[in-house]
Design a binder for this molecule. Structure first.
Ligand SMILES: Nc1ncnc2c1ncn2[C@@H]1O[C@H](COP(=O)(O)OP(=O)(O)OP(=O)(O)O)[C@@H](O)[C@H]1O
Ligand SMILES: [Mg+2]
Length: 318
């Protein structure tokens, strides 16, 4: 099922103050196809969670439309949608993990027989400690987060809204959730809207990214499309050992950004591809003179999503 959002707006009226109303989401539109993973990126307070809550039907939009499988949000389409919300209690603490799955499934009309069949595999896939009688309140934060995903998946949703699903997870749990999200989209064709502050997760799984700031969608595209916006040749270079640079490089704007022990991080605008090979030639000549010198990494800065993100947010710095 596709998910489409058109000219969505949310204005929070501040009661009992004379302060102006706050526009948390300002005319946002996007469209996610079945099987697609769309990631909303934005700084704190940008309006990501508000967008997710409006789609989930938990916050009433001030204006705009939400369409699931082409239809305006309505009861039958909400049956096919599940959400994990940020930092809230997504599960009941007094119930055991298994009871939680039964509870959420029954609430959405999924028969117990199906839950009985699906729940053990889901708990196992996510590696959740489902010791039979333990209340969920005794689970660790990461376990609760994984249980929230299990509770969202037990109803077999076509559309999944995931607000910071890997927040606070250890490396191995984060991987499991990442793999599960990928499988849900790629193999099962589910539609996924994801928010996170983890750029590496977005780089690994998102098909498209929307960057939002002050409630507005300011940039959208696939990762290659976003990379292509910044065609600069700014490179960063990590070098172990002491390298003496010729004056010409300094004249060309070479900057030492950071030093950690004997590892130095340099940045340089090489202007074009030829500049890149000049630099590599220079480095290899230096290395012949000093075999101790080690090039740890050399990469184009704007290939990284984090840099693209920061540059999109601060366009004046380009
Ligand atoms: N119930 C509310 N009443 C009034 N203002 C709210 C309410 N919920 C959110 N806001 C405001 O709306 C704006 C957007 O908040 P939102 O939670 O959507 O941001 P976010 O992008 O999810 O941020 P974060 O990355 O910190 O999770 C913020 O300025 C926030 O203070
Ligand atoms: Mg949020």
């Amino acid at each position: 099922m596709s998910l489409e959002v058109q000219n969505l707006r949310k204005v929070y009226q501040k009661r009992f103050t004379t302060r102006p109303p706050l526009t948390a989401v300002d005319d946002i539109s996007f469209h996610i196809k079945p099987g697609e993973i769309y990631s909303l990126l934005g700084p704190n307070g940008a309006g990501k969670s508000t967008t997710i809550k409006m789609i989930a039907g938990l916050v009433l939009p001030t204006s705009g439309e939400i369409r699931i499988a082409g239809k305006k949000g309505s009861a039958p389409s909400y049956q096919k949608l599940s959400a994990i919300l940020e930092g809230t209690r997504n599960v009941y603490w007094r119930l055991t993990p298994l009871e939680n799955l039964h509870y959420f499934a029954n609430l959405r009309g999924v028969p117990s027989s199906i839950v009985k069949e699906k729940a053990p595999r889901l708990l196992e896939d996510l590696n959740i400690d489902a010791k039979k009688k333990n209340q969920s309140q005794h689970l660790s934060r990461g376990m609760l987060q994984k249980l929230a995903l299990a509770a969202a998946l037990i109803t077999d949703p076509e559309v999944l809204l995931l607000d910071e699903p890997t927040l606070g997870l250890d490396v191995e749990s984060g991987r499991r959730i990442k793999d599960m999200i990928l499988r849900l989209a790629r193999e099962e064709g589910r539609t996924i809207l994801l928010t996170t502050h983890q750029m590496d997760l977005v780089e690994e799984i998102a098909d498209r990214v929307g960057i939002i700031n002050h409630g507005k969608l300011i940039q959208e595209g696939t990762l290659p499309e976003l990379r292509a916006i910044f065609k600069s040749h700014i490179y960063r270079l990590r070098i172990k050992g002491s390298l003496s640079w010729d004056q010409t490089w300094k004249d060309r704007g070479l900057q030492l950004l950071q030093t950690q022990g004997d590892v130095h991080l340099y940045e340089l605008d090489l202007k074009n591809g030829q500049g890149v090979s000049e630099l590599l030639g220079y480095l290899s000549a230096r290395q012949k003179q000093d075999p101790e010198l080690e090039i740890l990494s050399c990469h184009r800065v704007t290939d990284e999503l984090e840099e693209i993100f920061l540059r999109v947010l601060k366009p004046e710095k380009n």
